[in-house]
Design a protein around this ligand. Sequence first.
Ligand SMILES: [Zn+2]
Length: 189
Amino acid sequence: MIERIDSPPDEGSENAYPILRTPAAKPIAGVTTSPNLIGLYTHYANNRTIPCTGKAECDFCNAGFSRRWHGYLGLILSPGLRHVIFEMTSTAAHQLKPYVQIYMTLRGCHLTASRPNGKPNGRVVLQTKRVDELQYRIPDPIDVWSILCHIWNIPTTCTELTPGAGPCLKKLDVHDNGRHGRHRAAPTR
Ligand SMILES: [Zn+2]
């Protein structure tokens, strides 16, 4: 029997939600769907970003690689309307603090990200503006942490550093106002 399926089948989270950094050449813009950032320490090794499993047991820390915090959120690009995971450094993430203090969530923020000096690792400038929710319906947030875990091939349950539990990740949410229990913050440092 023919089965009618009007919605296209799921392409898999890795293909569906690419990780996007701020490009050097031109700004990107979009609307955030995540209520808060998901963050963790990472290493850049073997031409890719790899999550740090904690200084004591991380192979990359022990090999002398520096580690950097990165924050991630769901962003629907405009133009194009593609839902991506936007990656930012801690310096960029701090620019979101005034917005979160006023609106208590990152969700529904029209975000523009640029590198004014045009260099691939140049300073990122984020501009924020509240979207008029009477005119737009913001799509549901994606589960950024689960998608990142899938991309990095790590278990989603592994979110805290537990003494004696072996290599594990520490998820650091910032800008969390405590109202989103699902993404409740581990302590930031
Ligand atoms: Zn490490």
